[in-house]
Design a protein around this ligand. Sequence first.
Ligand code: ZN
Length: 134
Amino acid sequence: MSCEREREVAAAVRTGEWTEELRGHWAGCEECGEAALVAEFLCEAAATADRQAPEAGLVWFKSQLRARREAAARAARPLEMAERAAAVVAVICGVVAAAWLSRTGTLAAMVGVAAVFLMGAAAGGALLVARSRK
Ligand SMILES: [Zn+2]
């Protein structure tokens, strides 16, 4: 059941113009009390929605930008894993080569060990430069 004065009460909530007679009815009528609460909530929601709603073009642009970033990150993920695997394999190979070359104790072996470490340092530097440009 709804009261026949609900519309009057809702209009009074919107405009703030209450008559004493309507206020008296509203105080004693359960339906009009609920209608006043709903009208008050809708007025507040409409007021905040006008202030906070961003433009549709901006929302579309941001969603496109985000989709592009996520696609680029997805595409780069296998490459990053391959870089890490290559770095681990290079470090293992360098350590094994250095250990194998240093066993002989000759000058050529020492030069080989130094060359392996220099190549490792150069590869590490190249990886750092490549990562910093992403
Ligand atoms: Zn009523």
